[in-house]
Ligand binder design. Structure first.
Ligand code: ATP
Ligand code: MG
Length: 215
């Protein structure tokens, strides 16, 4: 007969949140590595709406960041993109992201929130922190230059938080933006389609009004 619901393996969904201004190979390698190690069925990339951690900075329009994320992930059948954060007005809080993704998908889901290990350190300061560990597991990926060890996260529940070393990629969006601004190439730091999108829209050159100030 049909398997009972309790016997069906939950769908394992990774959530990769980020500003993605622009998305780069560091993000893609991290998502791919977590998907492999945690046997995820899918990773959904979620570009942030207003990134409150980046108050006072200029950030490209949501629609540009969303489209770059779509372009960058299009060739991977395990990667998708969600608009939940850019369509929700106001600041983006991880607790809302996770709840909205769960509501959007419904059903038998195991969620894995993927974040830079640097961000994990401050996770308890995030809004809704008390709820977070009931909603998802957290995977902190270590990036070059960020020295973090288990002792830094010993205050977090051990069964809900894992650190994972990903192949070293010293790429950041900040570096990508600075390179464009000073006329250096973006090639091979981000997917080809993203290089072309940045050029087509004139992003990071200061030459257009394609960015907004984070309040
Ligand atoms: P910025 O330089 O503007 O802060 P960023 O490169 O950190 O951008 P974000 O969009 O802020 O990119 O990052 C989204 C998530 O991806 C964060 O959790 C961040 O820690 C992680 N991340 C960013 N770059 C890397 C990398 N090279 N390797 C692994 N994880 C990364
Ligand atoms: Mg960052």
């Amino acid at each position: 007969g049909l398997p009972r619901a309790s016997m069906v393996r939950p769908y394992r969904l990774g959530i990769m949140g980020g500003t993605f201004d622009p998305i780069h190979h560091g993000h893609l390698v991290a998502a791919s590595e977590v998907a492999a190690r945690f046997e995820l069925d899918e990773v959904v990339f979620v570009p942030t709406g207003v990134p409150w951690q980046k108050a006072g900075r200029r950030v490209s329009k949501s629609e540009d960041r969303y489209l770059m994320t779509v372009v960058a992930t299009a060739s991977n059948p395990q990667f998708t993109v969600s608009r939940v954060d850019i369509d929700r007005p106001g600041n983006t809080y991880t607790v809302d992201t996770i709840k909205d993704i769960r509501a959007e998908r419904g059903g038998n889901l195991d969620l894995f929130f993927i974040t830079g290990a640097d961000a994990l350190r401050s996770i308890l300061t995030w809004r809704g922190a008390d709820e977070l560990f009931g909603l998802a597991s957290f995977v902190g990926v270590t990036r070059p230059g960020v020295d973090i060890s288990m002792s830094d996260i010993s205050h977090l529940p051990a069964d809900k938080v894992t650190l994972l070393e990903v192949p070293a990629l010293a790429i950041s969006s900040t570096e990508c933006r600075n390179r464009v601004a000073s006329g250096l190439p973006l090639w091979y730091l981000v997917p080809d389609g993203v290089v072309q999108y940045v050029a087509k829209r004139g992003l990071y050159t200061g030459a257009n009004e394609s960015d907004v100030l984070v309040p």
